[in-house]
Each structure stands twice: as C-alpha cells, then as structure tokens.
Design a protein around this ligand. Structure first.
Ligand code: ATP
Length: 219
C-alpha cells in the first residue's frame, strides 16, 4: 500500500500571509497530502536577510496554522546558525522519515524555472518530488522553454499526475493550477511601515502579533 505524501513549504515567512496559506491548502487537497511542513528559512542563501528574527517568524507561522491540524511548523532551519540549503533539509527529513515516505517539495512556477541555481539541485529529485503551482492560464509548459536544457530535460522526463506522487518516494514533477492571491510579505511589511491596515491579508492572530511586538515599524 502506498503512503500519503508529506508536503514541504519553505519560505522566509516574513511574515506568513494568506497567499502562503491558500497555496498550502490547495496543494494539500490537489496532491492529496497528509501533512504540510512549514519550514521558515534561517539564513537564506538566495536572498537578503529577513527583517525580523527567526523566533518571530516561527511564532507567526505557529499562530497562522494553529487551526489546521494538517499544517505543522518545522523550525529546524531557523535553529541553525549556518546558511542552510534545501537539499540538506531534505536529506535530514529523508533520514528521519525513512526511504519509503513520499515527500513533495512545494514551490511556485517562478521558483521552479530557476531551480538549476539551487545548491546541488539535481540531488533534489533523489530526495523528493517537486510540486509546482502556477497561475491558471499561465501553464508551466508554456514557459519551460525559458529553463536551461538540463532543467527542461528533467521536466520532460519526470512530469507525472499529482495522484501518482504517493506511489514513489521521490523523483516526480507534478504541476497544478493554483489561483495566486495578490498578497506578498513585501506588501505587508511596507503597509505596516506606513501605518496602513493589513487586515484580511493575513490571519488576525498574526496581525495582532505584529502590532504587539512592533514588527516592521521604522525604529
Ligand atoms: P517576499 O514578499 O518577502 O519576497 P513572499 O510573500 O513571496 O515574500 P516567501 O516566504 O518568500 O513569501 O514565499 C514562500 C513560498 O510561498 C514561495 O514558494 C512563494 O512562491 C510562495 N508564495 C508567496 N506568496 C504567494 C501568493 N500570494 N500566492 C501563492 N504562493 C505564494
């Protein structure tokens, strides 16, 4: 019997918002996942340092997912002091969860088209499936010509249906149309800095936390 897959959603979550939560909820349903682990990044190798501490970002994730039992905070990356790569996190998860457990690394289409820039990117396929969300009307197939030949080859060879992911522990690529909410952490940070409302862009508990701790306000 095949095991239901576990999804992995990495991000800075600076702060977490409804764009992340809807992406996760849609993928939970469409890929028939049993759990999604939210993994806030510690020191992201690819981008600027987050504006608030790892402890605050983790606390906000915990508050945001409290009412969805299938969502779990996994703070392993923020507890490290050195830069961490996704491939290392997946190696750790694979060691903990066993060779048979299907794992799905969740990401948006833009991130997937840059996958070849990630550390040891071709190893990722040995450790997990990749599930790519794209905006309805903008299929990945239409944009795959912008990827490098090596990434294109992986895409063509590994593409499979979302419901086939639980039959193998790793190695597939599935894509799914997911409406993208026009919300970003950048938008929320700039609204807080300008003293504007952030209500309905993220859960109330997270908005309250931001205000209580005076996060994202100019000092
Ligand atoms: P920032 O604005 O600081 O760049 P962000 O809002 O894009 O941050 P991240 O923490 O970098 O958030 O995103 C983590 C993951 O969530 C990425 O895979 C990203 O593609 C996805 N994501 C972010 N915002 C949305 C959204 N509105 N809808 C769907 N997916 C999203």
């Amino acid at each position: 019997m095949s095991e239901k897959a576990i999804g992995i959603l990495g991000g800075t979550f600076d702060p977490i918002h409804y764009g992340h939560l809807r992406l996760a909820e849609e993928m939970l349903e469409l890929a028939n996942l049993r759990q999604i682990r939210f993994i806030p990044t510690g020191t992201p190798p690819h981008r600027d340092a987050p504006q608030v501490s790892a402890q605050h970002r983790s606390a906000m994730v915990r508050l945001a997912i409290a009412d969805q039992p299938a969502f779990v905070l996994d703070a392993r990356e923020v507890e490290r002091t050195t830069p961490c790569y996704t491939v290392d996190t997946l190696r750790e998860l694979r060691a903990e969860l066993g060779v048979a457990q299907p794992l799905c690394l969740l990401m948006g289409g833009d991130a997937f088209l840059q996958l070849n820039t990630w550390h040891e990117w071709e190893r990722l396929f040995e450790l997990a499936h990749i599930v790519v969300g794209y905006r309805p009307g903008f299929t990945l197939e239409d944009r795959i010509h912008t990827a490098t030949p090596a990434l294109r080859r992986h895409y063509q060879q590994r593409l499979c249906a979302a419901d086939a992911l639980s039959q193998q522990p790793a190695g597939g690529i599935a894509e799914m149309a997911i409406p993208k909410l026009e919300i970003s952490a950048t938008l929320i940070r700039s609204r807080v800095a300008e003293n504007r409302t952030i209500r309905y862009l993220l859960p109330n508990a997270v908005a309250d936390y931001i205000h209580q701790h005076h996060l994202y306000t100019p000092c």
